[in-house]
Design a protein around this ligand. Structure first.
Ligand code: ATP
Ligand code: MG
Length: 560
């Protein structure tokens, strides 16, 4: 189980320390951060951590956060993703200052490239990517200079302009920085800055056929926007030297890069590329399938923004990669839903109870029950109670073991918010299947006015047959069978949990559930927390289980 600390106990994280120092020393009066997604998929829970970090810092300190789409790769990007990313950030509760696109800076970046060429710091290389790789050397051996490295500035300017004008085919030439082929940092060995790609871009259309590489685009975009603290994940540590080199040589606004550890959660994958495979290969119904670790999937499953922010806050930020236990995320949503969810009764697998001593004239009485005992302002709802009820089939046992406190022949239980009942007779069909339980109720045991003097250990949820509504319930389990599918041998998709979705197409609910709306959350007593799914229609209400009431996996592990 992941360590749980309460937010009050936490000291400043290392970025807050840096920023407080920067503000104290007067280095900055205000700060600027950015969240820079590549629009090549939907955001996932790892991104939520980066969003909470970047936007959280400028909520805490004076300054602002930009949303910048890092759309320098024309092939994988789509407008659908841009829209979903904006929706998700807003839903999480954050608002950006400016909505920006790296592609808006393509002209400026082209000018930066010209500046480097003119300074003798970049050259056009006719080598293929294989040849460039072969000349790179190894971490212990220096690389070799490209034969094109000594081209004149004029020739480079001419060739780069012709690259831009579309005279050359994809992959035939690149623009490279002229740094040092024996640098200990492999990324400083004349990195490629521009490549030729005759591809349509979601914003710039067919204007460009050369596109800047990540290193040529990211720091420059930060600089153009005067980002003070450019926060990225640890794999970019070796890029920082190049980030600084480009800014220094171009003599532009000095943004600074800081790195924190990527957040990975167990029993899932957090990589847009892998999530896209799950969608394309139909292992899930879409990016917002409730089993997906995407923000839209979590939202559809019934997670609240508060619970995701709380989770990100609790895991904090670190400088070392580690795997976060998904049960911490579940813990956070359970805590929040416990406070806000309306309590309702739903029977998944019914068996009929007939109260033989209750009036047989169709009488219905209303019993009162709290909407949420955790909420002092809670209302009460009225639930119809009558002679014929449904209880959960598994709440009855004909030959119960010793500590079975639910219903059994001759045994008593309380029906939640109603009466104590006793089972007198079991009715079966010709196959031996139980069809009805004939019980008697204790009229003097009504909840709130109980004078029976009888104490029973078990309380069951129930619904009245005549007023019950039929609903569909979807129960989800973890999408993968193993903790870290991406690190297993073979394809990560081989480790999918085949039982991650269980559909109960006719569950019976108390009538109050009819009033549920899309943003409402409820607890089905003893079953977990639920929300309405978007597949709901006029004919059928469909509910997703967000999370069970207890951590059922912890139990599994203990059982071994
Ligand atoms: P993916 O592999 O899922 O595509 P990415 O890093 O390529 O991830 P980007 O769209 O480039 O995705 O990420 C936008 C921002 O979110 C970056 O600053 C990145 O560092 C951050 N980010 C992405 N994944 C995680 C994660 N698992 N934990 C923390 N931050 C992340
Ligand atoms: Mg990326």
């Amino acid at each position: 189980m992941a360590e749980i600390t309460t937010p009050e106990e936490k000291s400043l994280n290392f970025l807050e320390e840096i920023i407080e120092e920067d503000l104290k020393s007067g280095r900055y009066k205000t700060i600027a951060t950015r969240f820079p997604p590549e629009p090549n998929g939907y955001l996932h829970i790892g991104h939520a951590s980066s969003i909470c970090l970047n936007f959280g810092l400028t909520k805490k300190y004076p300054g602002y956060t930009n949303l910048r789409f890092d759309d320098t790769n024309p092939v994988t990007e789509e407008t659908e993703y841009v829209e979903s990313i904006k929706d998700d950030i807003r839903w999480l509760g954050f608002e950006w200052k400016n909505e920006l696109y790296a592609s808006d800076y393509f002209d400026q970046m082209y000018e930066f490239a010209i500046t480097l060429i003119k300074k003798g710091l970049a050259y056009v290389d006719d080598s293929t990517s294989e040849q460039i790789a072969a000349m790179k050397g190894t971490p212990t051996e220096p690389g070799k200079d490209s034969p094109f490295r000594t081209r004149s500035i004029e020739e480079n300017l001419d060739l780069f302009a012709r690259m831009k004008n579309g005279e050359f085919a994809d992959g035939t030439r690149t623009l490279r920085a002229k740094i040092d082929m024996s640098n200990a940092n492999m990324l400083m060995r004349d990195p490629v800055l521009y490549r030729i790609k005759h591809a349509h871009h979601h914003r710039t259309g067919d204007k460009w056929c050369i596109y800047p590489m990540y290193d040529m685009a990211h720091g420059q975009s930060d600089s153009i926007e005067h980002i003070t603290h450019s926060i990225c994940t640890l794999e970019f540590v070796p890029h920082r030297e190049l980030y600084d080199w480009l800014i220094e040589k171009l003599e532009i606004y000095p943004s600074h890069q800081y790195e924190f550890a990527r957040r990975n959660i167990n029993y899932t994958v957090t990589s847009k590329r892998k999530l896209l495979q799950l969608v394309n290969d139909k292992f899930v119904t879409g990016w917002d399938d409730p089993r997906m670790p995407t923000i839209s999937g979590l939202r559809r499953a019934g997670y609240t923004p508060e619970s995701i922010r709380e989770f990100c806050d609790r895991i904090g930020i670190a400088k070392r990669e580690n795997m976060i236990d998904v049960s911490l995320l579940e813990f956070c949503v359970r805590e929040h839903l416990n406070k806000i969810a309306l309590r309702r009764m739903v029977v998944f697998d019914p068996v009929k109870v007939v109260l033989t001593n209750y009036p047989a004239d169709g009488a219905v009485e209303m019993v009162k029950s709290e909407d949420n005992p955790e909420d002092p302002n809670t209302a009460h709802r009225e639930i119809p109670f009558s002679r014929e009820l449904y209880i959960e089939r598994e709440d009855f046992m004909e030959n119960p073991p010793k500590k079975f406190f639910r219903l059994a022949p001759g045994q008593m239980v309380r029906l939640k918010s109603a009466y104590i009942i006793k089972c007198d007779e079991v009715v079966k069909d010709s196959n031996g299947k139980i069809t009805e339980l004939h019980c008697s109720y204790l009229p003097e045991s009504k909840s709130g006015a109980d004078t029976s003097g009888i104490h029973v250990k078990g309380t069951l949820h129930w619904v009245s047959v005549a007023q019950a509504i039929s609903i569909e319930v979807r129960l989800y389990d973890r999408l993968f069978r193993v903790e870290n599918p991406a690190s297993e041998e073979g394809d990560f998709k081989d480790y999918i949990n085949p039982n991650s979705l269980q559909v109960i197409s006719t569950a019976f609910a108390e009538p109050a559930l009819k009033n549920m709306r899309f943003n409402d959350r409820c607890q089905f007593l003893r079953k977990g927390y639920f929300c309405l799914d978007k597949d709901t229609s006029e004919d059928k209400m469909i509910f997703n289980r967000t999370v069970t009431l207890k951590d059922t996996w912890a139990k599994e592990v203990k059982k071994g």
